[in-house]
Ligand binder design. Structure first.
Ligand SMILES: [Zn+2]
Length: 107
């Protein structure tokens, strides 16, 4: 990758490419944000941002981003109502911090 001096906004084309890559990575597979970040070579934080956009754009294309909610590994609490995609820090029931991260797939 080339490095250029000065600040440049990320071109829209680049964003489209990353999102396309994420959709491709999730097509018929189920991955966590960490696994997606490894495949697409963007940070986990960026993956979550892209997933938010992908969720909206896919609904217009007749496909759906399926989210398996995060789950507490200690007591089994499922974070169903969570509107953010990110992995929660701790369980509201048992205060456990062993959380199975949410999983994503495109169907
Ligand atoms: Zn719990």
């Amino acid at each position: 990758m080339r490095k250029r001096p000065g600040r440049e906004p990320v071109p829209a084309e680049h964003l489209d490419t990353v999102r396309h890559d994420i959709i491709h990575a999730l097509d018929g597979r189920t991955l966590s944000a960490l696994e997606i970040s490894a495949e697409v070579s963007v940070s986990e934080k960026e993956v979550y941002e892209h997933l938010g956009h992908i969720m909206k754009s896919l609904s217009g294309a007749g496909r759906v981003l399926h989210v398996t909610p995060a789950e507490c590994l200690k007591c089994g609490f499922v974070f169903k109502k969570r509107d953010r995609l990110k992995k929660p820090g701790r369980c509201p029931l048992c205060r456990g911090e062993q959380i199975q991260e949410p999983l994503f797939s495109v169907q």
